[in-house]
Ligand binder design. Sequence first.
Ligand code: AHR
Length: 636
Amino acid sequence: VTATIRVDAGRVKPISEHLIGIFFEDINYGADGGLYAELVQNRDFEYSAKDGARDKNWNSTYAWSIQGTNAELSVSEDSPIHANNAHYAVLEVHRPGAALVNNGFDGIAVKKGEKYDFSVFSKVLDDTKGGKVLVRLTTKDGKEIAQAAIRVSSTEWKKQKAVLTATADAADAVLSVCPQMAGKYALDMVSLFPQNTFKGRKNGLRADLAQTLADLHPRFVRFPGGCVAHGDGVDNIYDWKGSIGALEERKPLRNLWGYHQTRGLGYHEYFLFCEDMGAEPVPVVAAGVPCQNSGTCSHHSVGELGCGGQQGGIPMEEMPQYVQDVLDLIEYANGDAKKTVWGKKRAQAGHPKPFNLKYIGIGNEDLITDIFEERFTMIFNAVKEKYPEVTVIGTVGPFYEGSDYEEGWKFATKMGIPMVDEHYYNTPGWFINNQDFYDRYDRNKAKVYLGEYAAHLPGRPNNMETALAEALYLTSVERNADVVTMTSYAPLLAKEGHTQWNPDLIYFNNMEVKPTVGYYAQQMYGQNAGSEYIASSVTLDNAQDAVKKRVGVSVVRDGKTGDMIVKLVNLLPVAVNAKVELPSLEGMNTTAVKTVLAGKPTDKQARPVAGTMEVSEKFGYELPAYSFTVIRINKN
Ligand code: AHR
């Protein structure tokens, strides 16, 4: 196949600088047991049968056990540290030797020489004197690989800390807490964090996973969902206020994907993560309604994952408080550290400087009903009035036959919502055949945040076929990035053995991070974003329409560096020999950086290969079969 690719320097338009971002939702153990670096599972003893939708044995002692004899474990609610954290462990030791043991999330992975921060809230009960308590990490076969000691003798809750240094690598160690004196001990918030977190933050993020996300160069992070944002019932809506402040006072929340959210990774940590990556925070709050306004979700059958909460939305008499909560969120992010209530709380959490929030999403894939419209309008009007500088992102939900997409757009247009969140999971064929999706969009209507999308094949793999379909589609999104302001592939993270959804962008276990080929396609876009689109076209010689659609080009210029970036996608089983005609390269380095991702459609292991190539105003380039190429021509 031969082709001509032309770039027209006369037709240039500014495009969004926030085009490629990430969608973070706590699905597939993305947060607890995933990005959140806490190594102890059920540290708060708040797991309950409601959390573990697939395993009804979940209870306050899940992941905990007693090792040894002459000791008993029970759970008490008598005088807890805080009402939000109502349960704690009572360890009664009749004769020293036994230990309270935590298995972590599929074990605790530690590295030789690394330091781990242990902490616990504890007190002695009844007439226990207390004394030394050993804290240990041991391997599965009982070998001790770290030890430290604390003293527990207070009759009031007290936080104790120790540092453990691992003397060996272990994939699945356990943590044990072992009182050296007989007696009754109350223990809660038993925590173990690697000191090596992303950017070294306390209560931080798993360094390797967070770095993998940062390497995408995301221009924004959407959080906390997805369905998690609006929950599967009014009582399951993600209340942001319950996710900030002292860890022991946060409100744990049932995760509608079938597990428990400690919310140690809460709103404050999300904001910090954005700041650490130079990405815009995009929080999404519920529009006063849970999933589908009805407590049943499109992805969960009623009862299966705990779905089936209350019908309808937040009662109207409670809406003023809910609206205030949303305004308070913006104040938490942007308010003055001394003069505002919520700005002060942010400062108390260690961040006096505002987070500079520019966007807020209201709603997620909601049905466009009266219940929704009434509540959305209240929130939207209040935000617009108090914070006109913050762009509200409305929801038009999923795009499929019979969805509320059209209704959503009508409502958004009527209300003058500045941006709407669209979602679609479709076949690669859909992405190939709908590259004109945004060409037709009315530029006078709302801008678009393509908040969730992914190419789905039967069996739901993430392979070269899906990655190339997404890369090809993104050439058309870049062309339309005057109207499409942001995009995020979804979902982002998935822990092996704990996935509720496939495909995802990054798989991981306790030891390894496994980015997919789709990840690399996203990374090539994220690392090669532009602020100006330069019109380009590809003409295939003697080819039918179906063939033509499988080759795409997009050319952008990065305003900050002046670099010109050419993206070329070939979804054909054969190479395409292209003549490329570029505008003037005066002042540009003609030794360009070339990155190629290529492989068979079923390939899941392909990786981008970087090199250099000579370019000129007219040069030849062979697009390999099934490939995505980025040619970056740097400004001198
Ligand atoms: O990305 C997974 C789920 O898909 C999200 O939670 C929901 O918004 C969407 O339907």
